[in-house]
Design a protein around this ligand. Sequence first.
Ligand code: ADP
Length: 248
Amino acid sequence: GPETETLLYLDGVSVSFDGFKALNELSLIIQAGEMRAIIGPNGAGKTTMMDVVTGKTRPDTGTIYFDGNVDLTKLDEASIAELGIGRKFQKPTVFQHHTVWDNLELALAGRRGTFAALFRREGSSERERIEELLGIIRLGELRDMEAANLSHGQKQWLEIGMLLAQEPKLLLVDEPAAGMTDAETEATADLLKEIAKEKSVVVVEHDMTFVRALGVKVTVLHEGSVLSEGTIDHVSEDPRVIEVYLGR
Ligand code: ADP
């Protein structure tokens, strides 16, 4: 069978806020090269899960292994980012008064001077990489446009391109389709599928149509741990999942 390698392993991770368990012994494995969708009702712990992986929140108990034996719970946010974990928040934070091209150039330059620069892709000049990124994010034709003039969806894609410029091994994406038109939502699913050919991607999402379009393994979180896992058809027929969603 195909070789699989664990990229991210959350092992019994718990986080409490004032005695409330946002994550409750959460265990989760993401394979290298995998795209995974994480769903779950409000308050299920999805954001907190991304917060503990990126070092924004430190777990009370549990271990988070990344890329071998590196324990992320011992590292700060900057070190975790340097190891190759990129996070896309819902709100795009592009440089509004710079062009699409310049935004990508700035993102590439931002990598310089960090130790991650040692691992730059060989043989690919900066211009070529920017061209490549423009192709992936479908903004080639809009390279000279000021970011401020892009649509909401296009800004999201630009920010994804800027994250890719950091050459992450794992990309965490928070509700990429939120606020998008149907056409943009469809394009975003295609774009993420293309990115997932090169990287591991974890997508936190509410939009079931979008999750279905991704066609990847789904993890359902509830009360800070995994309620169900499998294909979208499998989890949506799981009685525990139905109960949790209909109970609201
Ligand atoms: P989701 O992203 O699935 O909606 P969250 O991870 O945001 O869920 O939240 C899980 C629970 O933890 C929620 O009940 C939320 O109110 C609580 N929570 C999250 N972050 C904090 C915080 N910084 N302080 C207090 N409570 C928090």
